[in-house]
Design a protein around this ligand. Structure first.
Ligand code: IPE
Ligand code: IPE
Ligand code: MG
Length: 256
């Protein structure tokens, strides 16, 4: 091992960390199926993995963690599974909100809430109010979220401003549209992780992923642990983000 490598290994603080990590937590159903268990058992095990990743991000000082919990397309699943997922979300929220608050986590939900039960919407709003002033990890849970929905609702808001005469159509640019998206006030994801082996975005953060580093792993979500996360972070740290520039330009900028 060269001295440079051992130095890097001895000082993990120096590793380039993402500010914002966004995760598609996939593979719960297959995890359960392999154990001859019902799919919901996989979702329950998935909640445990969520606890683990939240702790890891808080410990590392990562600013934002966005988790895809339920997509706008997941309503297509069997009624029973959808119902059980909603129950699981509600019970996890009731159980964890206070603990998250004690750990200085600021919780936020993104997605179309109009489809949820009154009780679930209430609990979501309560947890957001409870943790709003916290300055630790920002934990964003995407529920009934779709990237296309997000862009559409942003466009609708701008259209309303145009209709009332507040805004000229010609004045609409990327920054204005971005300002109406769900994560407008947060840095864009630096690292995207999808577990469960599929290599697709499944209508997650479409706009925001424009320059995100993508990482795919076969590990099923309930099995995703600290070690799996370290592997993703190491992959991220080894990448050169060019944002359209040449590699030489980036090296010059970093050296300056
Ligand atoms: C992800 O796991 C959780 C949700 C989509 C709610 P899946 O339930 O999609 O698990 P697989 O893909 O069937 O294994
Ligand atoms: C994506 O997983 C959504 C969530 C993890 C919440 P899916 O399992 O629903 O994705 P597809 O259907 O395989 O693309
Ligand atoms: Mg899946």
């Amino acid at each position: 091992m060269s001295s440079l490598t051992s130095q890097t290994a001895a000082s993990p603080v120096k590793q380039k960390l993402p500010r914002h990590v966004a995760i598609i937590m996939d593979g719960n159903g297959r995890w359960a199926k392999r154990r001859l268990m019902p799919r919901i058992a996989g979702h329950r095990a998935g909640v445990e993995a969520v606890r683990g990743i939240v702790k890891a991000c808080a410990r590392k000082g990562i600013e934002v963690l966005t988790l895809f919990a339920f997509s706008s397309e997941n309503w297509r699943r069997p009624r029973e599974e959808v119902g059980l997922l909603m129950d699981l979300l509600l019970s996890a929220l009731e159980r964890e909100a206070q603990k998250l608050h004690e750990n200085d986590v600021c919780l936020r939900f993104i997605g179309d809430r109009s489809a949820f039960s009154a009780k679930l919407s209430e609990k979501m709003a309560e947890a957001e109010v409870l943790t709003a002033a916290n300055t630790g990890l920002k934990l964003v849970i995407a529920v009934n979220y779709g990237g296309r929905w997000d862009i559409t609702q942003a466009a609708r808001r701008l259209a309303r401003q145009v209709a009332t005469g507040e805004l000229a159509a010609e004045a609409i640019d990327e920054a204005l549209l971005q300002g109406q998206l769900s994560l407008a006030d947060l840095p864009e994801p630096d690292l995207f992780i999808r577990t469960g082996g599929e290599q697709r975005v499944s209508n997650f953060l479409l706009w925001q992923l424009a320059y995100t580093e993508l990482y795919f792993t076969d590990t099923l979500w309930p099995d995703f642990n600290d070690q799996s996360f370290e592997a993703a972070l190491a992959s991220f740290a080894g990448r050169q983000r060019r944002f359209g520039r040449t590699g030489d330009q980036v090296e010059q900028m970093q050296g300056a």
